[in-house]
Design a protein around this ligand. Structure first.
Ligand code: ZN
Ligand code: ZN
Length: 371
């Protein structure tokens, strides 16, 4: 696995290794996707997302309104992140210079991003937001995120995440470190910047979670390579004490987020009706539409376009094989989409139409009792 990714350690073969890393961005993207981390392209040599298409640059709009994503384009940064192997092969296969970004939220990741910029520290009440550091404590040696995080950990009688060798840690080209953790309990941890006057964990420590992305280990930029430290390649569970600190510093969404929507009976019946009398077909249809329904349990985003597009693609294949009519497919997809994301019918219509058209080129004849 490490050979495949070309994780480099400093040493005489550094240059050769970096070249092998550069040629394996596709391998890095695949490696991330296999772990369930949706990936999106980064601009060649940079740590920022690949540019939007000309149409997206010309007309300002949100990712949710964009037709590029269901069409398989990488517009809108981490909103385009995917687990789809075919799309990944296409993106990085044709653009091997692209780096790899991981969308932290849907990957269920919380990454502690420690900076090492040599700049003057702020006022002592902004070193650790919400914690008063007494005047008697000498902060003269404190100059970066490694220090502030160490102070926070020491206050809680814990080890600094920077020293946590049980989890994936990545050295950044600027001397910082990314400490990767897995979120537990499906809590929607939010991003923050350590320099923010609002939500922040510690000065020079950013948090990458929902609404953000992180550069994958193995990615090469003009400034250097993002290099995994040691041999650990899997994120450990977010430590309880750190979760408490994140909660204390406002990294959970406000409690007034919309509750999960119950499935309207009308749409449920439509799912069953479209399956007809045959229970096998019913089950198969439910399976096809399940990822779309799953999006309804989350307040927003969460790959709805992609889930709907995939379901439409599959049903397009069934229509092409003569196993349901196009009207039936359109009906069930429209009903499902309307139930999961009410009031977005125009956008859903576009996704359904393009998915059905694409899917109809690959007829799904009966195979092995499925579908
Ligand atoms: Zn676009
Ligand atoms: Zn767009």
């Amino acid at each position: 696995m490490s050979a495949e990714l070309g994780f480099s350690t400093s040493g005489p073969s550094q240059v050769r290794r970096e070249r092998s890393v550069a040629s394996s961005s596709l391998a890095t993207a695949r490696w991330c996707a296999r772990r369930g981390w949706p990936v999106h392209p980064l601009a060649p040599g940079r740590k920022t997302p690949a540019a939007n298409c000309a149409a997206c640059r010309a007309t300002p709009h949100t990712a949710a309104e964009c037709v590029c994503l269901p069409l398989g384009r990488w517009c809108h940064g981490f909103h385009a992140a995917t687990l789809d192997q075919r799309r990944i092969d296409q993106w990085w296969g044709t653009n091997p210079d692209f780096g790899v970004g991981v969308a932290c939220g849907p990957a269920n990741l919380v990454v502690i991003d420690i900076d090492a910029h040599a700049v003057q520290p702020p006022d002592r009440n902004r070193i650790l937001p919400g914690i008063t550091i007494g005047e008697q404590i000498d902060l003269s040696g404190l100059s970066n995120g490694f220090h502030t995080l160490a102070v926070l950990a020491a206050l809680r009688d814990q080890e600094s995440p920077a020293d946590d060798d049980t989890t994936l840690r990545v050295r950044t080209p600027s001397g910082g470190m990314h400490v990767w953790y897995r979120a537990v309990d499906y809590r929607r941890w939010q991003c923050s910047s350590g320099s923010s006057k609002g939500r922040a964990l510690a000065w020079q420590v950013d948090v990458r979670a929902h609404g953000g992305y992180i550069v994958a280990p193995g990615t090469v930029t003009d400034k250097g390579t993002y290099t995994a430290i040691g041999s650990v390649r899997e994120p450990a569970e977010l430590p309880k004490w750190l979760a408490q600190e994140l909660e204390r510093t406002g990294h959970l969404p406000a409690p007034n987020i919309p509750a999960p929507r119950p499935v309207p009976p009308r749409a449920q019946q439509a799912v069953l009706a479209a399956g007809g009398a045959a229970t096998g077909a019913e089950r198969a249809l439910k399976a096809v539409l399940a990822p779309v329904w799953a999006c309804g349990r989350l307040a927003e985003g969460a790959g709805f376009s992609e889930a709907l597009n995939r379901a439409a693609y599959t049903l397009g294949g069934l229509v092409a094989a003569g196993r349901m009519t196009k009207a039936e497919a359109e009906h069930i997809l429209t009903e499902t989409a309307e139930a999961v994301r009410p009031g977005q019918s125009r956008r859903a219509e576009q996704i359904i139409s393009s998915g059905l058209t694409a899917g109809s080129k690959r007829p799904l004849y009966n195979s092995g009792g499925h579908l």
